[in-house]
Design a protein around this ligand. Structure first.
Ligand SMILES: Cc1ncc(C[n+]2csc(CCOP(=O)(O)OP(=O)(O)O)c2C)c(N)n1
Length: 698
């Protein structure tokens, strides 16, 4: 059933086979345009699924883009949320955005009235645009499920199919999955449930492009024989060429006609299909065209490869880029309006006084794990995100490694974080020291019960690389911005957890957690942040440092002195900011602002270890100053609640004014890393303003 008018039941638009093939190419062109405009996103898996997507949204599905919530519509669950560009161009091509104004967090943006329909996809990953890095069903019409954490969509599709049957509706539920995604155990729980409940209204579609992030699926974690596996679970299996439009349409029809149980369509595809430099190239999983607009690996090359240089002509592109600039200007103004102002600009590297080196904390982890790997006791487990989290410094799964001897101690676990955790526990039980790692959400949240029972309860020596913590992950958006790990990990007995303040401290912290016996986590981030410590800066697990502003110097870091909290006598400061992670440099900037603007003295406490907590450092900061602010790039309260508990129980003989700064109990957003830091109020300026409000009302 094609695109319909739900009020009359009439077909609105049909596409012939040649038209569909052409539209699929055009949709690829739009996806590449959007990814190039965003300078990030996932071309590989978006291009491979595009023929299936065109067949679904333009011809096969029963749906009405003017009434996205039509109860009788077919449902499509994009379990592989990173294929968002393919979803957005499908919706755009089907007409979902024809009447939709461009908005910034729901407010129309003036001057963009002409940006309608599929052209809106150039707003991919822009703050507040709705076109988030991974689909958000509350922000755009036509999205059934917000997704991005792999392996969850099929279960939701099972629920939707059960509900359809319960309500006596005849809609079908489709679920688009990756082949690497098949490694998640939760997929197979859903596969079992669908067969058990004989859900003939459920159709799984696997984009069988044979590649994932760390390499080809066969090497990362073999999923074959996939067809036999689905059959063995009781599914009807259709194997097709996922780029043969006729075959796709036929398979979709056969799947909807099948009776007695669910069907899976295994669509054999080429990752990055249609573009010369992305086709079959693993490195184009999640990056924009490397040469930008023009050059060998550029948007222009992609459009030429796809035969779409006339549809998305240079003139049209120029108009789109101008619209994009207007949108970004609106974002910049929106964000700037949220940043507190002082007598001068204190931003990083604005002038020599604020000069800092920037380095991502993940690089510090990489340097430490590279070194630790020389010891035969250490092992590393890959979760298909090895390079991005710098676990590849231990061993590169693609074999281009400077440590071939470590191959024996690197175990690729596939996209299966819960199992990786249990496997690590087993290795630890036998005397090895395994590191597991992924985006923080997946390696402290998805596997939390494994961490609790198999790791913590057994007191096993498993080390966790809690990567991509915080909103500074940027354009990937909320599903990939871990904001809850301090809650999750500090709830568990026996765990040590460190949230180091910069790349250098991350290096030290990683070595430190490796050296202790027992489960431990180091949380670090993706984006480059200021390096404010030196090799000689003290770092002892569980012992906070006090950082004091001493006056302008050659560089930002040199303007501060760091003293172990246990040795700090106190200097009668006006307030204390207790921070962890990259909020420590922001707290230092706040201390500078407060001194220069108001003559206030601030004790910055770098509480890098959140478990076990340096209770004495927290209590004395409160007792000495009477004004405590906590700062974390985390859901507010992760660190703040731990500090609050100390203050409540410390029997301080004075009233303490207390406030917590963090992400205000909401999910993250797509946007540029520093844009998000400002948007969520996590800057030195915001801390200084909060401090002034507190001190002022003392
Ligand atoms: C639970 C979870 N773990 C890890 C990731 C990070 N991640 C995003 S895409 C991807 C690889 C997906 O490979 P595949 O399913 O084969 O998709 P495709 O190759 O079609 O893009 C990974 C590991 C994630 N999004 N969710």
């Amino acid at each position: 059933m094609p695109i319909m008018d739900s009020s009359t039941g009439e077909v609105v638009r049909r596409f012939s086979l040649p038209e569909l093939k052409d539209k699929a190419q055009e949709m690829r062109a739009w996806a590449m345009t959007a990814i190039c405009a965003a300078n990030s996103g996932h071309p590989g898996g978006s291009l491979s699924i595009m023929d299936v997507a065109a067949a679904l949204y333009l011809e096969h599905l029963r749906h009405d883009p003017r009434h996205p919530d039509w109860p009788e519509r077919d449902r499509v669950f994009w379990s592989a949320g990173h294929k968002a560009p393919a979803l957005y161009v499908s919706l755009g091509m089907a007409g979902y955005f024809d009447e939709r104004p461009v908005t910034l967090f729901g407010q129309p943006v003036p001057g963009l009235e002409d940006l309608r329909g599929i052209e809106q996809v150039v707003l991919l990953r822009r703050l507040g645009s709705g076109f988030e890095g991974h689909p958000n069903r509350l922000r755009l019409p036509g999205i059934e499920l917000s997704s991005g954490s792999l392996g969850q969509g099929l279960g939701a599709a099972v629920g939707s199919a059960l509900a359809g049957r319960l309500a006596g509706k005849d809609y079908h539920v489709y679920c688009i999955m990756g082949d690497g995604e098949q490694q998640e155990g939760s997929i197979w729980e859903a596969v079992m449930a669908a067969a058990h409940h004989r859900l003939e209204n459920l159709i799984g579609i696997v984009d069988r492009n044979h590649l994932q992030i760390d390499g080809c699926t066969d090497e990362v974690m073999r999923v074959e024989p996939l067809a036999d596996k689905y059959r063995a679970f009781g599914w009807n299996v259709l194997e097709i060429d996922g780029h043969d439009m006729q075959a796709i349409l036929t398979a979709l029809r056969q799947a909807t006609e099948h009776e007695g149980g669910p069907t899976v369509i295994l669509a054999e595809t080429v990752k990055g299909c249609g573009v010369s430099y992305t086709a079959g190239v693993c490195g184009y999983h999640g990056v924009a065209p490397k040469d930008g607009i023009c050059g060998p690996e550029s948007l222009e090359t992609a459009l030429a490869d796809l035969g779409m240089t006339e549809v998305i002509s240079p003139g049209r592109r120029a108009r789109l880029w101008a619209a994009l600039e207007r949108y970004q200007q609106a974002v910049d103004d929106y964000v700037a309006a949220r940043l507190p102002r002082f007598s001068r600009d204190y931003w990083w590297n604005r002038d020599s006084r604020m000069a800092v080196n920037m380095d991502a904390t993940r690089n510090g982890f990489g340097r430490a794990i590279a070194e630790l790997g020389s010891d035969e006791h250490y092992a590393a487990l890959g979760s298909d995100i090895t390079e991005s989290i710098r676990m590849d410094c231990f061993y590169r799964p693609d074999g281009r490694t400077s440590h071939p001897d470590r191959r024996r101690r690197f175990f690729s676990m596939g996209i299966a974080e819960a199992n990786a955790t249990s496997v690590a526990a087993g290795l630890a039980k036998e005397g090895f020291v395994p590191f597991i790692g992924s985006y923080g959400v997946f390696i402290t949240g998805r596997n939390w019960d494994q961490l609790r029972t198999t790791v913590a309860y057994n007191q096993l020596n498993v080390k966790i690389a809690d990567a991509h913590g915080g909103v500074s992950v940027g354009p990937d958006g909320a599903t990939h911005q871990a904001l809850e790990e301090i809650f999750l990990v500090t709830a568990l007995p026996h765990f040590t957890m460190v949230v180091p303040c910069d790349a250098l401290e991350t290096e030290k912290a990683t070595r430190a957690i490796a050296e202790i016996t027992g489960p431990a986590v180091v949380r670090y981030a993706r984006e480059a942040t200021p390096v404010v410590t030196r090799p000689e800066t003290p770092f002892v697990l569980g012992q906070a440092n006090v950082i004091r502003f001493r006056g302008e110097a050659e560089s930002f870091a040199e303007a501060f002195e760091t003293i172990p909290a246990s040795e700090y006598p106190g200097e009668n400061e006006d307030l204390a900011i207790i921070a962890c992670g990259p909020m420590v440099p922001e707290a230092m900037r706040a201390a500078w602002i407060l001194k220069e603007e108001q003559g206030l003295e601030t004790r910055v406490v770098n509480l890098h270890t959140v478990a076990p907590l340096d209770v004495a450092a927290v209590a004395s900061a409160a007792a000495d100053t009477g004004v405590v602010l906590t700062a974390e790039e985390h859901q507010v309260g992760g660190l703040g609640n731990l500090v609050a508990a100390v203050l409540c129980e410390a029997n301080l003989d004075r009233v303490v004014r207390f406030r917590r700064i963090g992400v205000p109990h909401t999910f993250g957003e797509s946007g540029q890393p520093w844009e998000l830091i400002k948007y969520f109020g996590l800057t030195g300026e915001h801390l200084a303003q909060a401090a002034l409000e507190m001190v002022g009302s003392r």
